[in-house]
Design a protein around this ligand. Structure first.
Ligand SMILES: [Ca+2]
Ligand SMILES: [Ca+2]
Length: 136
């Protein structure tokens, strides 16, 4: 997986539990990959090199202990990976947007939000802020 920001988007209608109940709402999870970023601060720098050096030629090791290639050993191969990616920073991603655009999920309207003869207008702006207005 190339270095970068990723977002997993799971629309509520696309998954259900064992009895067929759909998800209550859309689910999203953001993550990133940056080879050599052992302390997970989105930058490969001297601090990552120190982590690698402290764990050099040791096993078993995990990524947070300098194992950049996930083979369980922190060694020269991991140092090469860090060196190739040294002093690289990865900016935080923008907010995730579902394929249908913001607001494509459902808006729950309950009886107590409506008055007899009233009409409820629900909307969402481009930044994801929801608003509801009772129309007379
Ligand atoms: Ca780092
Ligand atoms: Ca390794």
């Amino acid at each position: 997986m190339p270095d970068g920001n990723y977002t997993l988007l799971l629309p509520s209608a696309s998954a259900s539990d064992g009895t067929g109940n759909p998800l209550v709402s859309n689910v999203s999870a953001s993550f990133y990959t940056l080879c050599g970023d052992f302390n997970r601060n989105r930058t490969t720098d001297f601090n990552d090199l120190v982590i690698l050096a402290r764990n050099f030629n040791q096993s078993p090791r995990v990524n947070s202990l300098g194992d950049a290639n996930y083979d369980g050993i922190t060694d020269f191969n991991d140092l090469v990976i860090l060196a190739r990616n040294f002093n690289v920073s990865l900016a935080s991603p923008p907010s995730p947007v579902f394929a249908g655009g913001r607001g494509s999920g459902s808006v729950r309207i309950t009886a107590d939000t409506l008055s007899p003869g009233g009409k409820l207008a629900a909307s969402e702006d481009g930044a994801g802020k929801q608003s509801r207005k009772l129309l007379a």
